[in-house]
Design a protein around this ligand. Structure first.
Ligand code: B12
Ligand code: SF4
Length: 529
């Protein structure tokens, strides 16, 4: 596609001046994992934006749900070509950058006058790059509800887009403008997500396969929905970027959480809720009000949540108190918690800005299992400091506590400290080309270690093999990394608890030179000193 077509006159013409009722609007739910079964997951963020545009804005729209129907690209194009929308909106994770660019170019080719809007991290974390390399008109940055509606209203009423906070757009000359940040919403005031735009029955009953891993007695009748209880996170790890990065970490009130659970149980008959938060509870203190409200509601359902290794340690709770809280979580239906170890090597954890002590991992595993809650964890290999020893150190920790982790590699994502590091050190030279290439953390995207890919893989395979044998998971070389959820089965036997604070950590050779060399870089990347 020629650059002329990409940055022609802002193509808001067909939406401009339309009445609300006559504006033809299309939301698109993308398919992140084309071939994968079990990837029919409801898009909470997109649905929340749609709900806001409908309930608060009073707009009507259609939905093209590519995900549930696994619609092929050629059928998507056929649909877009044969319809005539004034505005097309979509949003997803930045790893889908290449596909989103394809979609935007394709839609622009068929509808030069339509307004193309993109939200979520594919736009938020790299607005200039996406705008420079695709014909998108408006990028909604971060929290989407308020800015998306304001942008639609501004275009339709021919108002100045510079007045809309939280968006990037192209002005009449083709220049890319990024407006000031919008105010973070009070998340208790947002309308409850309306799910009826989606084919709910198919979505709610689609997740059985993944949930078998939680060992629930209801596996075959699992009816699952996602919800969020919080937005953002209280931390800023150097490999991570979430769309609420610049907003405060916010929790919904227990009342509003229970209200949504109650609707989901009563209307959609769900018995399992995925709390899809970046961080459901930053510390044990936040747990009790929510689990108390769930217990008091009397609704019977199971759930999982995202916490951190230091859930109990942050509040300096003793083991008895930690087990009391975990037992209450279990009573409220909590079946599994995820908390990422990322690495057992403290220098790497520091470069990650993770702000956890690897020594707390075993205690949290122990407490959760004692309360009957399964644990899942993730590790990230491939920080510049990684060596065979540090990989081993991480596997040793998993082995000691009998946890098979979700294994991934550092995949520098835009707007993260490690993306800046990769650019600065010449690993990323053309951002557009790089973003076209990123896939999932299960693939080695950029190797910034001193080891070859093969050396890394060999070390990982040997650690994974030992764990696989220990836990009898029946994984094979091909499934050590892509396990299809098998690793989520928790061992029935209790782990032996050792006080890890007394264990001596193995030093790796690079650690010294890193601490010296990286002192300035840490400041630069906003890492802790
Ligand atoms: C569910 C989930 C998934 C699901 C996605 C299913 C789905 N249909 O959404 C699955 C399992 C597939 C998935 C996969 C991955 N995920 Co994920 N995932 C999440 C999770 C836990 C919840 C998403 C969510 O519902 N958020 C809540 C809603 C309210 O927020 P939101 O989606 O961001 O939506 C807001 C804005 O983005 C915006 N918005 C969203 N859509 C739209 C659309 C329009 C038109 C507009 C205007 C605005 C807009 O407005 C919304 C409301 O304010 C988040 C963590 C989190 N809590 O966000 C991680 C998260 C999004 N995932 C992440 C990552 C890294 C991945 C993987 C790359 C991991 C991997 N395996 O390598 C893969 C990528 C898969 C792929 N092939 O591309 C990162 C994203 C990093 C980044 N910078 O993009 C997150 C933030 C987790 C983290 N902290 O690291 N993930
Ligand atoms: S990795 Fe987890 S703890 Fe770290 S910033 Fe991201 S969401 Fe927060």
């Amino acid at each position: 596609m020629s650059n002329n077509l990409l940055i022609s006159d802002p193509p808001f013409r067909s939406l401009k001046g339309k009445s609300k009722g006559s504006a033809k609007i299309l939301f698109v739910n993308v398919n992140l994992r084309a071939e994968s079964k079990g990837s029919e997951l409801l898009p909470v963020g997109l649905a929340s934006v749609m709900t806001y545009v409908d309930k608060v804005g009073g707009y009507k729209f259609d939905l093209l749900d590519i995900n549930i129907d696994k619609i092929t690209d050629s059928k998507v194009e056929e649909f877009i070509r044969s319809t005539n929308y004034d505005c097309i909106l979509l949003g997803c994770i930045v790893t889908h950058y290449k596909w989103v660019k394809w979609f935007l170019c394709m839609a622009r080719t068929h509808h030069p006058n339509a307004t193309l809007v993109v939200g979520n991290s594919v736009g938020s974390s790299c607005p200039e790059i996406l705008m420079a390399n695709s014909p998108v008109d408006i990028v909604v940055i971060g929290e989407g509800e308020v800015s998306c509606l304001a942008a639609l209203e501004a275009v339709r009423n021919n108002n100045d887009l510079r007045e809309v906070d939280g968006i990037a757009f192209r002005d009449n000359s083709g220049a890319i403008l990024i407006n000031k940040k919008r105010k973070a919403a009070n998340i208790n005031d947002l309308p409850m997500i309306e799910w009826n735009y989606f084919d709910m029955e198919r979505y709610v009953s689609a997740e059985t396969i993944q949930l078998e891993a939680y060992g629930s007695e209801h596996d075959k009748q699992m009816r699952v929905m996602p919800m969020i209880t919080a937005r953002g996170c209280a931390f800023k790890c150097s490999f991570c970027h979430y769309v609420f990065w610049d907003d405060p970490y916010r929790h919904r009130s227990p009342g509003s959480i229970v209200e949504e659970i109650s609707r989901n149980v009563e209307v959609y008959d769900v018995n399992y809720i995925n709390f899809w938060d970046d961080l459901s509870f930053a510390s044990a203190k936040q747990v009790e009000p929510i689990v108390d409200a769930i217990i008091a509601s009397g609704f019977e359902f199971n759930w999982n949540a995202a916490v951190r290794v230091d859930l109990f340690a942050r509040n300096k709770l003793n083991r008895k108190e930690s087990i009391r809280i975990a037992t209450k979580m279990r009573k409220a239906g909590c079946r599994a918690v995820s908390f990422s170890l990322e690495s057992a090597n403290q220098e790497i954890l520091e470069m990650m800005n993770k702000k956890i002590n690897a020594a707390d991992f075993g205690e949290t595993v122990y407490v959760m299992r004692k309360a009957g809650i399964s644990v899942t964890t993730a590790v990230v290999f491939g920080y510049p400091l990684e060596t065979k020893d540090t990989i081993r150190e991480t596997f040793d920790m998993c082995y000691r506590f009998k946890v098979y982790p979700s294994i991934g590699f550092l995949m520098p994502l835009p707007s993260t400290g490690m993306y800046a590091y990769a650019k600065e050190n010449g690993y990323i030279t053309d951002e557009d080309v790089y973003l076209d290439s990123i896939t999932e953390r299960q693939d080695i995207t950029l190797n910034m270690t001193k080891m070859s890919d093969e050396e890394i893989m060999n070390e990982i395979e040997s650690g994974a093999e030992a764990l696989n044998n220990l836990l009898n998971l029946n994984l094979t070389k091909d499934t050590y990394i892509r396990t299809a959820g098998k690793q989520m089965q928790d061992p029935q036997n209790d782990v032996e608890l050792v006080d890890q604070r007394n264990l001596k950590r193995k030093e790796n050779q690079l650690s010294l030179s890193y601490s010296e060399a990286a002192f300035d870089q840490r400041k630069e990347f906003g890492l802790s000193e």
